[in-house]
Design a protein around this ligand. Structure first.
Ligand SMILES: NC(=O)c1ccc[n+]([C@@H]2O[C@H](COP(=O)([O-])OP(=O)(O)OC[C@H]3O[C@@H](n4cnc5c(N)ncnc54)[C@H](O)[C@@H]3O)[C@@H](O)[C@H]2O)c1
Length: 281
C-alpha cells in the first residue's frame, strides 16, 4: 500500500525464504490491482504495466536491518513474541536515523514497553493494520504517554496518505478492535464449554441474528486458534483483574491437539482453503 502511494519502501525479513514469500505475495497482489484497473477501464494495459513496474521499483527487499538506516518511518511487523520484539527494537534504536519514527504493528503487546526498549519512546507509536492490509481500510494509531505530538501527527497523516481510515487509541490491551473482538470470540467459545449450544448453532445465530459476516467459531478459526490463545494468555497474565479476559477450555484443547483453524485445515470447523466446509468433531 505504501509503495502504491509513491513512497520508497525497504522490506526486511531475517529469513530468506520468508522474504521471498513476502516479495512474491506483494508482486501477485500488485498484479491483481493492476488487472482490476484495466477491468474497470480506469487504466489501459500499457498504463497498468507501467504502474506495476514503477510500484515494484519502489520496493527494496533486504535481509539486513542496516538497510533501514535511512528510513523515516519503520513499521515493525515481526513475529508476535514480546521478548523478540524488545530485542529487535534495542538493536534497531542504535542502527537507524535518529529522527526516524518507530512503529509497531503488534496486535496485543503494550506499545509503551516496546518504545522503552527502543531507547526513543517519544518517537514511538503503535500502527496497527488489519488483514488483508490491501483491502481493510482501518489503521489504529496508538499514542503512548511518551509519544510526542509530531510523531503522532506524522504517523496519523501517513496512514491517511496511504488510503487508510486512521483512528486514535491509547495504549490499552487490544486497542479498539481486538479489545472488543477477542472477548466476543472468548464468550462465544465459552458457550461450547458450558454446553449451551453447538459450534454450528452459535455461528448461525450470530450470522443471521446479529448480521455478522462470520460467527465466533468461524472467525476464531480464521484468525488462528493459536493466535487467539496466545493473545488471551498474555492478557490474562498481565490483567488478572479484567473479567472480559478468559481462556475457554475448548480453545486450549484445540491448540494442544494442533488444530489451529484455517491455517492447519481444521479447528472448530474443517477448512478447504479459505472456506469452512463442515463442523469438526
Ligand atoms: N496476521 C494478522 O492477521 C495480523 C493482523 C494485524 C497485526 N498483526 C501483527 O503483525 C505482526 C506479524 O504477524 P504475522 O502473522 O505476519 O507473523 P508471522 O509470525 O507469520 O511472521 C513474522 C515474520 O517476521 C520475521 N521475523 C522474525 N523475527 C524477525 C526479526 N528479528 N527481524 C526481521 N524479521 C523477523 C519472520 O521471519 C516472519 O517472516 C505481529 O506483531 C502481529 O500481531 C498480524
Amino acid at each position: 500500500m505504501t509503495a502504491t502511494t509513491g513512497y520508497k519502501v525497504v522490506a526486511v525479513d531475517i529469513n530468506d525464504a520468508q522474504l521471498e514469500k513476502g516479495r512474491k505475495a506483494i508482486e501477485n497482489s500488485l498484479k491483481k490491482m493492476a488487472a482490476k484497473q484495466v477491468e474497470k477501464k480506469s487504466m489501459d494495459v500499457a498504463t497498468a504495466d507501467k504502474w506495476f513496474a514503477e510500484t515494484q521499483s519502489r520496493i527494496t527487499p533486504s535481509g539486513d536491518l542496516k538497510s533501514l538506516s535511512s528510513c523515516d518511518l519503520i513499521i515493525e511487523a515481526i513475529v508476535e513474541d514480546l521478548a523478540i520484539k524488545k530485542k529487535f527494537f534495542v538493536e534497531l534504536g542504535s542502527l537507524v536515523n535518529p529522527n526516524a519514527i518507530l512503529a509497531s504493528n503488534t496486535s496485543s503487546f503494550p506499545i509503551t514497553q516496546l518504545g522503552e526498549a527502543s531507547g526513543r519512546a517519544s518517537q514511538f507509536v503503535g500502527l496497527h493494520f488489519f488483514n488483508p492490509v490491501q483491502v481493510m481500510k482501518l489503521a489504529e494509531v496508538i499514542r503512548t504517554a511518551a509519544t510526542n505530538e509530531g510523531t503522532f501527527d506524522t504517523t496519523f497523516r501517513f496512514a491517511k496518505s496511504i488510503g487508510k481510515e486512521p483512528v486514535v487509541c491509547s495504549d490499552t490491551p487490544g486497542f479498539i478492535v481486538n479489545r472488543l473482538l477477542v472477548p466476543f470470540l472468548a464468550q462465544g467459545l465459552l458457550m461450547l464449554d458450558r454446553g449451551d449450544a453447538t459450534v454450528q448453532d452459535v455461528d448461525i445465530a450470530m450470522k443471521f441474528g446479529a448480521g455478522m459476516p462470520m460467527g465466533p467459531f468461524t472467525l476464531a478459526d480464521y484468525v488462528g486458534l493459536d493466535t487467539c490463545l496466545s493473545i488471551l494468555k498474555g492478557w490474562v497474565a498481565r490483567h488478572p483483574e479484567e473479567p472480559a479476559f478468559v481462556i475457554p477450555k475448548c480453545l486450549e484443547a484445540k491448540v494442544a491437539a494442533g488444530k489451529l483453524g484455517r491455517k492447519s485445515g481444521e479447528g472448530f470447523w474443517k477448512w478447504e482453503g479459505d472456506k469452512p466446509v463442515s463442523v469438526a468433531l
